[in-house]
Design a protein around this ligand. Structure first.
Ligand code: ATP
Ligand code: MG
Ligand code: MG
Ligand code: MG
Length: 411
């Protein structure tokens, strides 16, 4: 990809309305654009990151045996009345009436829809267990949309739902999902904690939240200054570490995932029943598992940046390598830049070539801002000594190398 033909639009300053560091950096690097309060467009650079995060989520979900599907955003209020959540959701749910007079909402979550679906197909113990998931847009009329994609009114969630014949089965899939969540957040380059949590309007017996310590977070975790144990705090403040009895520090955190043992809360009211081996009717035990996919982008930036911009962890970076020819009108420099671009692309890397006719300083600033893990500079050292510069965005280390296979210098 050549920068001049891409839709990458960087800004020197963040708009004043941006409060958190991730929101500022997402606006400055041209990842998102606000349409109206709480509603964002993902521009190509932001969409690349979103797609890579979705890919990680998809891979780890598929590993658990869960199957992907896609449920509708348009839902009938009638369905929500059957579980009593029509009222519970209150003004968070975006409701309206269509021309046929049907009362509808835009799905803030999908327990009702998936349970209605399962009820239509599950008949016998042989139909169980199974887990379904989707990566889809959710709508919530948040009281205070904030920090860009952290709390928006239209956002992307991965939601999975498990169906088992008994609690033993539910416990097994819950544990598998917990492990899948840990794998996902690690691959996204995040430090996180999981804590037992309040089940809120989703309901059920037990739930765990996954929290990422971050300045703009609206949740709180406590961390021991000595042993690093972190703990959630939905009740009172935790002043002393239960492990080493030293002081705890209070940190803000972002909720990036939430998993629930629902039990029969939805399967009972929407009738997901099956006949066991003895011909007795039983109720299915359900779990549900959410990840804020779009909020994850902000969480990654909150934990991976410096004064100059974003520092993308390898697996979620919009591009793997940025090639910077310092002078695009020098033929020797230009030819080598294009050779690197083509060669690395052939090897399966996502490569961006900054072919703009700009000063090197401008290009280097944008390189730091957009946070691509590797920058290869083709400059006067190339024309004079045949040397390229490989700069690691995270460590700042610069390695000089001759041409040849550039991939040898990238880890
Ligand atoms: P919060 O406490 O931040 O309002 P929640 O508990 O209401 O989140 P859940 O219903 O548990 O959210 O949804 C699953 C995940 O979806 C959350 O863990 C979070 O990462 C993400 N999420 C929830 N609301 C939003 C939002 N308005 N914008 C972006 N992501 C969100
Ligand atoms: Mg909420
Ligand atoms: Mg919450
Ligand atoms: Mg939650």
């Amino acid at each position: 990809m050549f920068w001049s033909r891409s839709f990458i639009t960087t800004l020197k300053e963040a708009p004043e309305a941006a409060e958190s560091i991730s929101h500022k950096l997402m606006l400055r690097s041209g990842m998102v654009r606000m349409l109206i309060s709480g509603v964002y467009s993902y521009l190509p650079l932001g969409y690349r990151v979103l797609a890579r995060i979705e890919n990680i989520v998809r891979q780890e979900m598929n590993k658990t045996g869960a199957q992907e599907l896609l449920l509708p955003s348009l839902q009938s209020i009638e369905l929500w009345q059957k579980t009593g959540r029509d009222e519970l959701m209150g003004e968070t749910m975006i409701r309206f009436q269509d021309r046929r007079g049907r009362k509808l909402c835009l799905g803030p979550t999908h327990e009702e829809v998936i349970t209605e679906l399962a009820a239509a197909y599950v008949k016998s113990w042989r139909d169980l267990p199974f887990t379904l998931y989707q990566i889809q847009t959710k709508f919530r009329d948040e009281l205070r949309p904030r920090f860009g994609v952290v709390r928006s009114c239209e956002f992307i969630m991965k939601d999975a739902y498990s169906f088992d014949r008994d609690f033993e089965g539910l416990n097994q899939i819950y544990e598998k999902m917990r492990q899948a969540y840990e794998a996902i957040f690690k691959r996204c380059g995040l430090g996180f904690v999981s804590i037992k949590a309040d089940s809120g309007v989703i309901g059920g017996d037990l739930s765990h939240e996954f929290l990422v310590p971050a300045e703009s977070g609206e949740d709180v975790v406590y961390r021991c200054k000595i042993c690093g144990m972190v703990m959630g705090a939905h009740e009172a403040a935790i002043n002393e570490c239960p492990h080493c009895h030293k002081d705890m520090e209070k940190l803000n955190a972002l909720e990036v995932g939430h998993i629930f043992k629902l039990g029969d809360k939805y399967s009972k009211s929407l009738g997901v029943k099956f006949l066991d081996e003895a011909g007795h009717q039983q109720i299915v035990q359900m779990g549900c598992y959410g990840i804020g996919v779009s909020r994850l982008i902000a969480a990654v930036i909150e934990q991976n940046h410096d004064g100059n911009g974003i520092i993308w962890p390898k697996e979620v970076a919009p591009f793997d390598v940025l090639i910077v020819p310092v002078n695009v009108s020098d033929k020797l420099i230009w030819d080598e830049a294009v050779r690197l671009h083509d060669e690395l692309g052939r090897q399966g890397l996502e490569v961006l070539l900054d072919d703009r006719d700009e000063r090197a300083g401008v290009k280097f600033k944008d390189a730091d801002l957009t946070g691509i893990p590797w920058r290869i500079t083709v400059g006067s050292r190339w024309t004079k000594e045949g040397k390229l510069e490989f700069k690691n965005r995270r460590t700042g280390t610069v390695t000089e190398a001759a041409g040849g296979d550039p991939a040898a210098y990238l880890d």
